[in-house]
Structures are given as structure tokens and as C-alpha cells.
Design a protein around this ligand. Structure first.
Ligand SMILES: C[S@@+](CC[C@H](N)C(=O)[O-])C[C@H]1O[C@@H](n2cnc3c(N)ncnc32)[C@H](O)[C@@H]1O
Length: 389
């Protein structure tokens, strides 16, 4: 597994590689075969009453990505939020005998298992605590690194309070229906992103739990997802898909394999009424909607009009042209804006640096915030800015 992660270019750092070669993953996933334990895949450990995954041992690719983002040094004190044991053991390898690893989980089953398995794997020094990660673990603070391994919606104040100056938080942050593992450095009291990558994690439970809200557009066959901070806007959309479709093309060609997550975040940063359109297979089959990508397309909604990203085949094989479909009174205007912003992304940001995220407390005055697109969370304001080369 380690060989594969190195040859695939997932692991670049030789210390992370050495940690992967040292820790026996199968000890942490005794419920699966050796072969599965050393496959680059997530291992499901627990589901809730509805069958939804609530605890896993994470996919090695994602674990490696986050460890590299975290830049763990020998002697560091590290807090891991969301336990499984495996990542905590890797962290212990990286901090060495002079460092300290504390891993916390809200679920007693998970901490009991992690504790036992860490001892069995030869890492009895890792401290395992059952508590809600929203409050961190002040007893072992300050931490040089906080590594969150469960989807978060916000930066909990406790993580910041318990972080040493110059420290780093790596967290899978969910914004506008996408989760990105983001490494934030704490500089002069402000968290600023230094790297990011799209990923997936189970949802946070407890005090920091939050969910997307779905607005039906055509029964529950087509719906729109919004974050909590977008809820005050009224979106009367019943029957809007029966209005004639208006289409605008952007002139932007993409390979069908190219991820569009940065385009989605750019559209979220620049369009009012941004949301994500999701359609069930039956709605796609009946051509009620034609989103791109098919599992969820960027959309904008205002005053009874909807527009969303679509695609049509391009002359070159395996390429499509991005465009927008709209329904409702302002469909021509909205599709034009969507297509124009898609072009702007292509021109200015497609091959440029990642967006930069900064985190300020929710109480910050507007003049204390950097210019950019602001997302309000319960505890903080996330500012997204788009640097150009
Ligand atoms: C993806 S798993 C962690 C994987 C683990 N780091 C590993 O080594 O593979 C996510 C864990 O987060 C836990 N969790 C969910 N909400 C939490 C919260 N508020 N505080 C602490 N842990 C939480 C879940 O119980 C679950 O065990």
C-alpha cells in the first residue's frame, strides 16, 4: 500500500512514507481481511440507525494528504479530532518520542476500540479521550497541530484557543456542498489557508453538527441544497422547470475527467443565490434537467428564476463545452451571468493559484475583514479571495 501511495504521487514526504511503512493498518481494522486492510480504501466501522456511516477508518490517500498538509515535526504536540487509531499511530510516528498525540472522539465505542488497538499496535503513549471535539481538549493544550478528521462547518473557537502561535489546523471544511481538506496557519491571530484539496468525510456530530438544507424544485426528484447562512432568502420555485428553457454557452471546454470543484467555488464566490442542483436518476432520464456534473451542478436562484451549469459535447473527443440552462422570468440574464462567470474562471483562475481562505471571528466588524466573498458561520466568518498570478 505504501509503495502504491508513493508511486501514485500521493506521498511525497519521506517521513510520511516511513510512518506508513511502520504502522500496521490491519490492527486497526480487524473486521476486514488483510487484503482489504491494505487497499487504498475507507473501512466502515459504524453506521447509525438509518444506515448512514458515522465512523470509518479513513482512506489512506486522504490520510496521507492531510498528514502532508499538516507538516508534523518531531516533538510536536498534536490533537486529532475523530479517532480510529490508525491516523493517531501515524501521527505518533511523526512526532517521535519527544512529541505528544491526543486523539478525541465523541463516540465511546470508537475511543474504546482505538485505545485497545493503539496498545496492540505498539502505541500505548497516545492519549485517547471521549469528548465532543467542538471543545477540543484543553488539558493537553497548547497544540502545534490540530488535525480534524470529520467534516466541519466552522472553525470551533476552542481549536483556535488551544493552538500554539504559529500552529496549524488541518480540517475538512464543508462549504456550498463541497468538502475540502484545508490547512490553515495561525499568523497574528488570523487563520489563513496554505493548501487545500477536495475530499470526503463523515459528518460531525455533537455541538458542531450542521447539515445542508434541501429545497424541492420538482417534488423531491430535483432539489437545491443551501447552507445555513443562506436560509433567509425566499425561493418560490414550484413549477419553474415547466417554464421554457433558455440556454447560454460559455465557450469553455473541459475534459470529462477534469474536476470542476474550483469552478463551483468560484461561482459560489461570485453569483448571488448560489446553490447546488441535485437530480434523481429518474429526473435525469426524463430530461427534466441536464446538470453538469450529473450528480450536482452549480446553480443560482432568485425571484422565481433558476439557472444551472450544463454541458454539451465538444468537437474534440472526451471534451464538453460548459454552459447554463435557465427557467423563469430572468432566465436569459441568469444564464448569461453563469456563462460569463464560467468564462472568467477559465480566463483568470482555472490554471492559477488556489483560492485563499481566511477565518475571522463572527463578531468581526466589516472593516476588519479582507475583501472577498464572505460565508457566515456560527463562530466565524470565512473569507474567500481569488489571487491571480
Ligand atoms: C473518519 S472517522 C475518523 C478516522 C480516524 N481519524 C482514522 O484514524 O482513520 C470520523 C470520526 O469522527 C467522530 N466524530 C464525529 N463527530 C465528532 C465530534 N463532534 N467530536 C469528536 N469526534 C467526532 C466519529 O465518531 C468518527 O469516529
Amino acid at each position: 500500500m505504501a509503495d502504491l501511495l508513493v508511486t501514485q504521487g500521493v506521498i511525497h514526504d519521506h517521513r510520511v512514507e516511513a510512518a506508513f511503512r511502520s504502522v500496521a493498518r490491519h490492527v486497526f481494522v480487524p473486521n476486514v481481511s488483510l487484503e482489504v486492510a491494505y487497499t487504498d480504501d475507507v473501512v466502515l466501522m459504524k453506521t447509525n440507525e438509518s444506515g448512514v456511516a458515522i465512523s470509518t477508518v479513513s482512506q489512506p490517500t486522504v490520510v496521507a494528504l492531510m498528514l502532508e498538509q499538516a507538516g508534523i515535526e518531531p516533538g510536536h504536540r498534536v490533537l486529532e479530532i475523530g479517532s480510529g487509531g490508525y491516523n493517531a499511530a501515524l501521527l505518533k510516528e511523526l512526532v517521535g518520542p519527544d512529541g505528544e498525540v491526543t486523539t478525541i472522539d465523541i463516540d465511546a465505542d470508537v475511543t474504546d476500540r482505538a485505545r485497545r488497538r493503539l496498545v496492540a499496535a505498539g502505541y500505548p503513549e497516545v492519549q485517547v479521550v471521549q469528548t465532543d471535539g467542538e471543545f477540543g481538549w484543553p488539558e493537553s493544550a497548547p497544540y502545534d497541530r490540530v488535525v480534524v478528521t470529520v467534516t466541519a462547518w466552522d472553525i470551533a473557537p476552542a481549536w483556535l484557543e488551544q493552538l500554539a502561535e504559529g500552529g496549524r489546523i488541518v480540517v475538512p471544511l464543508r462549504m456550498r456542498s463541497q468538502t475540502r481538506s484545508i490547512a490553515f496557519d495561525l499568523v497574528d491571530g488570523v487563520l489563513r489557508s496554505r493548501s487545500m484539496a477536495v475530499c470526503g468525510f463523515v459528518s460531525m456530530q455533537g455541538a458542531g453538527a450542521n447539515y445542508e438544507r434541501f429545497l424541492p424544485v420538482h417534488g423531491d426528484k430535483v432539489s437545491l441544497s443551501f447552507d445555513e447562512d443562506q436560509l433567509d432568502e425566499p425561493h418560490p420555485l414550484n413549477g419553474v422547470l415547466k417554464e421554457p428553457a433558455v440556454v447560454a454557452w460559455s465557450g469553455v471546454l473541459v475534459n470529462i475527467e477534469e474536476p470542476l470543484s474550483d469552478l463551483d467555488l468560484w461561482l459560489a464566490s461570485t453569483l448571488p443565490g448560489y446553490c447546488v442542483l441535485r437530480a434523481e436518476r429518474s429526473a435525469l432520464k426524463k430530461k427534466l434537467v441536464s446538470p453538469a456534473p450529473r450528480w450536482g451542478a452549480s446553480a443560482m436562484v432568485e425571484d422565481g428564476t433558476i439557472a444551472y451549469v450544463t454541458a454539451r459535447p465538444a468537437p474534440e473527443p472526451d471534451f464538453v463545452e460548459l454552459g447554463a440552462v435557465g427557467h423563469g422570468l430572468s432566465a436569459a440574464e441568469f444564464t448569461g451571468r453563469l456563462a460569463e462567470q464560467t468564462w472568467q474562471w477559465h480566463e483568470k483562475h482555472r490554471y492559477g493559484p488556489d483560492p485563499v481562505l481566511t477565518i475571522h471571528p463572527a463578531e468581526a466588524a466589516p472593516d476588519q475583514l479582507p475583501e472577498g466573498f464572505h460565508i457566515r458561520r456560527r463562530h466565524s466568518i470565512i473569507t474567500i479571495t481569488w489571487p491571480v498570478d
